[in-house]
Design a protein around this ligand. Structure first.
Ligand code: SF4
Length: 395
């Protein structure tokens, strides 16, 4: 008879917070959103959003991440991925208010990259990112101590995905590392290996592993997984010394759910389908896909795809649905675009931003009241900016 093995993962206290309830300002989610919101059933919401935006004029600049709902995207001045949006915001110094329709870490990056006189607003403070929450400043500091004890911190360069809190970006800047996006992760890793012998990749293990193995030609055995819930990350000093890439045990709760099964199933259901997935997907999914790339790459690939081609897309559902509608008719090429999985749902935190929250934020600003301002501590912002600037200077 076998005995039950003890659970090796300590539950995070964050797991107990209900989305949008209770208060934990240091969390990317589970934060209360105060405010007297209009009812979702209010038939005048669209008109109210238009009117408030018109009252604000050039004073406001609304950014819409690709994963946002259609009702929100309709009011975005620009759409894009997180880094493009932060750069777009920085290129609009005349806009007093930046309304970021996305999640918390994106609004932080916009605050870091925009001027001191610009104020960044997140329409719902509960719009966080579960991946960003998987690496806290304390956990990462502890990890660095573990690397120091193993004698490898001096030769390790941190590379942090854009999808991380400002605290983690600041840690990265302070320790000689860079930020990366899903578009430039390969360049970031190559740069890091030119600076040191190892990379600590935070917080998305899948993007780190996929980039190391697919793009840099490293083996899976060159990568180890650091589990912040285990003493010493669950790794021995010898394992840390032998590794080339130390992956943080974080993942995206949306992309992490696509499976090899979903790829096999869609190939059976739709003969001739092209499978195109985001690199936040698990390694076996990425290995089984035809094409892999960021949201911007996914959009460009579909724009350039031949008429009548068939596509199964592994990324957030709001974007896939919008693309499916955009290319559905004859004039747009009659491209058949389906969601890779039957069961994966929307990103729940991205979906926190809805029309009532947007109307509330815009009307408050039009009345001269700044709500849900996202402001990064100046020291954290300075070190984060250093890491972001290293990314901008990547060869
Ligand atoms: S899609 Fe994933 S990475 Fe993006 S905000 Fe949602 S949980 Fe975070």
């Amino acid at each position: 008879m076998t005995t039950a093995q003890p659970l090796d993962v300590q539950p995070s206290p964050l797991a107990l917070l209900l989305l949008g309830r209770e208060a934990d300002p240091r969390s990317e989610r589970g934060v209360e959103c105060p405010g007297d919101l209009p009812a979702p059933s209010d038939p005048d919401l669209v008109e109210r959003a238009r009117a408030a935006k018109a009252r604000l004029g050039d004073k406001v600049f609304v950014l819409g991440h690709h994963y946002q709902r259609d009702e929100v995207i309709e009011f975005a001045d620009v759409t894009g991925d997180s880094f493009k949006l932060a750069r777009d915001a920085a290129a609009r110094p005349g806009a007093e208010y930046i309304v970021f329709c996305g999640v918390h870490f994106m609004a932080e990056s916009a605050d870091i990259l925009t001027g001191d006189d610009q104020q960044v607003v997140l329409p719902d403070l509960a719009a966080g990112c579960s991946m960003a929450d998987m690496a806290t400043a304390e956990q990462v500091a502890e990890c660095w101590d573990v690397l120091t004890d193993a004698g490898v911190a001096g030769t390790t360069v941190p590379v942090s995905y854009m999808n991380s809190s400002a605290d983690i970006k600041a840690f990265t800047g302070k320790h000689g590392g860079t930020i990366c996006t899903s578009s430039n992760a390969e360049r970031a890793l190559k740069w890091a290996f030119a600076q040191g012998e190892k990379v600590l990749f935070l917080p998305d293990q899948h993007l780190g592993r996929n980039t190391a193995v697919r793009d840099l030609g490293l083996s899976l055995d060159d990568c180890v997984l650091y589990n912040p819930h285990k003493p010493g990350g669950g790794l021995t000093a010898d394992e840390l010394r032998a590794a080339k890439v130390i992956l943080w045990r974080g993942h995206c709760s949306v992309h992490g759910r696509f499976s090899l099964e979903s790829v096999r199933d869609v190939r059976e259901r739709i003969p001739g389908v092209n499978v195109l997935v985001h690199p936040e997907c698990r390694h076996e999914v990425v290995a089984a896909a035809d094409l892999v790339g960021s949201t911007e790459y996914i959009i460009k690939t579909l724009e350039a795809a031949p008429a009548g081609s068939k596509w199964a897309i592994g990324t957030e559902l709001n974007l896939v649905r919008r693309l499916a509608n955009r290319f559905a008719d004859e004039a747009a090429g009659n491209k058949e675009i389906v969601f890779l999985d039957k069961t994966v749902c929307f990103c729940s935190t991205m979906n926190r931003i809805d029309l009532p929250h947007l109307v509330w934020a815009l009307e408050s600003l039009a009345d001269g009241k700044v709500v849900n301002r996202i402001e990064v501590d100046p020291e954290v912002a300075a070190f984060s900016k250093l890491a972001l600037e290293r990314m901008l200077a990547l060869p």
